[in-house]
Design a protein around this ligand. Structure first.
Ligand SMILES: *Cc1c(COP(=O)(O)O)cnc(C)c1O
Length: 382
């Protein structure tokens, strides 16, 4: 794999948390008509499910993979709506907007839910989760976001998983933004359900999410689904029975995703992808900091998926203008989502390389000059 420059068509480079920039070969894999009930497609779906269990370092005796039509949030909603019994209660450990979204969906489904809230710049504290579980015996399930994309903070998955398992509760993980680029051993992290989607670190196109489920937990959920289309156990049973989706699958997106999984393997798997994103992250933060932009998180809390920066303290800075000027130059960044601070985000994930990040930094320097943001330094440091 080389730099973005070789991609034909010259789409803008996406420095976002998804949809992300994909390789030309992933895009090309979509350009086909395949029957959703044909043997070739069924074999592709089977191979995708098998490979995703392996990305989670798990065995197919213990874990399975269920593919669910829709966005990543649909995948989360299918877990919440299908795996909590009528008298169950979900504890969501929240340190950003994505955790908050799970609280909202659970409430809308009429399921008992409690939020354990942390500051947006602080990781979730496993001891506080343990205290809450000890104090409220009604809680049956616990949900945490692995990389909280609101800031890019990484939560300590394994330590939280151990606390949840010790208390005998079911553990859900929203690993949407980091699965495939952060080593995750499902069994070691005591995961019952982990959700991610096609268009994040596996580098596919949007259209579906996937749920890695512990078989023993999933098989105990019969009769609990509150939705027909998002019934997780029924989707699993359909895929197992004849290899097919119950309702129309996003065939082209699945073809692209299969190619993306082959490319993940060719790159050297999760460890190699993590190294590339870490390099993107390092080049980005060094370059931005050299200009005078301030990262929102303390260095020890920053993950390599997405990086949040404060707006510069300069009257000439206007995010909308900054965004559109960068977009006109071919670089798409991402607005902030924080409740407390004025920030924007830059993603380090997708088919982008250190050279692309350096090109983005060059475009940011030019934009800072064009906008007359004089409190920032625009002389290239390299
Ligand atoms: C992207 C993301 C989602 C939502 O995914 P959609 O595909 O937009 O529904 C949920 N959680 C996290 C942590 C994410 O990064």
């Amino acid at each position: 794999m080389t730099s973005f420059e070789e991609v034909p068509g010259r789409d803008k480079r996406l420095f976002t948390p998804g949809p992300i920039t994909t390789s030309p070969t992933v895009k090309q894999a979509m350009l086909r008509d395949v029957g959703s009930r044909d043997t070739e497609f069924i074999a592709t779906v089977r191979d995708i499910r098998r490979r995703l269990v392996a990305v989670g370092e798990a065995s197919e005796d213990e874990y399975t993979c269920i593919l669910m039509q829709g966005s990543g949030t649909c995948g989360l909603e299918s877990v919440v709506a299908s795996t909590i019994p009528p008298d169950g209660k979900l504890l969501v450990a929240v340190n950003g907007a994505y955790g908050q979204r799970v609280v909202t969906m659970t409430r809308m489904l009429g399921i008992a839910v409690e939020a354990l809230e942390f500051a947006e710049d602080q990781p979730i504290d496993p001891a506080a989760v343990a205290d809450t579980l000890a104090a409220d015996g009604a809680i049956t399930h616990v949900c945490v976001t692995h990389c909280e994309t609101t800031t890019g903070i990484m939560n300590p998955l394994q330590a939280i998983g151990e606390v949840v398992a010790e208390a005998g509760k079911v553990f859900f993980v929203d690993a949407m933004s980091c699965f495939g680029a952060v080593r995750t051993n499902l069994a070691d992290c005591r995961v019952d359900y982990l959700v991610s989607s096609a268009n994040k670190c596996i580098q596919g196109l949007p259209g579906f999410s996937f749920i890695l489920a512990k078989l023993a937990s999933l098989k105990a959920t019969g009769g609990w689904a509150r939705s027909l289309t998002m019934d997780l156990l029924a989707q699993y049973e359909g895929l197992e029975a004849n290899g097919q989706f119950r309702f129309t699958p996003p065939t082209s997106s699945l073809l692209a995703f299969h190619q993306a999984l082959l490319e993940l393997e060719a790159e050297g798997g999760v460890a190699a992808r993590a190294r590339r994103y870490e390099e993107n992250f390092r080049v980005l933060t060094e370059g931005m900091t050299a200009m005078g932009f301030r990262p929102y998180l303390k260095p020890e809390h920053m993950g390599h998926i997405i990086t949040t920066f404060h707006y510069p303290d300069d009257p000439a800075f206007d995010f909308e203008q900054f965004y559109h000027r960068l977009s006109d130059r071919g670089y798409v960044i991402y607005p902030g989502k924080l409740t407390q601070a004025a920030c924007f985000r830059i993603g380090n994930i997708g088919h982008i390389f250190a050279a692309d990040v350096r090109a983005l930094l060059g475009a940011i320097r030019q934009t800072v000059c064009d906008m007359n943001i004089t409190t920032l330094k625009t002389t290239p440091s390299q």
